[in-house]
Write a protein that binds this ligand. Sequence first.
Ligand code: COA
Length: 259
Amino acid sequence: MADPQLLTVERRDDGVTVITLANGKVNALSSALLAELHAVASDLAVDPPGAVVITGGDRIFAAGADISEFGGPDEAGAITEGFHSALDAVAAIPRFVIAAVSGYALGGGCELALACDYRIASEKAVFGQPEILLGIIPGGGGTQRLPRTVGVSRAKEMCITGRQVRADEALRIGLADEVVPPDELHDRALALAATVAAGALEAQRLTKAAIDQGMSTSLEAGLAIERDAFVEVFRSDDSRIGVASFLEHGPGHATFTGR
Ligand code: COA
């Protein structure tokens, strides 16, 4: 792909790739930014790093869809398709993807955070699906990923009132997984990502796939997915390394290869 203009991608030596949204002062998720995010996420699926951190601006993680692109139903169709393909591509990265949310994550910003595997929020972070205040609804996965994260009734309340949720409440309802002081956000996200990146990446890939696929099917079908993944993981080098290391040295001493 051509070099992205509306986000930056840093591939670090510790195996962590950091994607930083950089679209002006409110980080609106314009169709151009979403196209760049789709391309970057697709590249990361083909040539995955060890882990990914997605972050935004200091005061605004992302203010949602670019409202200036709104029009009628035709424009709406293109906008929701752009969101779904970009955010599905983020969700399909076969690695642990952490959202580091510094400030406002509204509308599509909240939906992008929801498409990540884990959300670390600064104490100043604010989440919300305010689309209803524009007389519209979430179109970037909010009606589907939010209830799967915070439960049906809380998701309905948030989407139907447009109420913004501060970091402490986000932590309580499971929308944020950790809350840290603002000046610790970057380091905490990078440290967790680096630890994960040094782990058994094939086992991580299979874990993420089994959980994600299992969450959208029956328990019975999900257990079948797990059985297949459990057999598959024993084909990895790291399973041999991890089991041998355990038998010789006990838990937690293996040095994995990522294969
Ligand atoms: N799309 C396009 N432009 C946006 C935008 C968006 N999602 N969010 C903000 N802007 C624009 C504002 O219109 C304003 O433009 P102007 O400088 O030409 O007047 C500029 O960005 C700054 O916004 P402002 O509201 O003045 O900044 P703020 O710091 O007071 O508040 C937010 C920041 C993010 C809290 C607030 O802008 C906001 O709530 N944005 C809308 C969020 C939303 O509804 N998202 C869902 C979209 S469906």
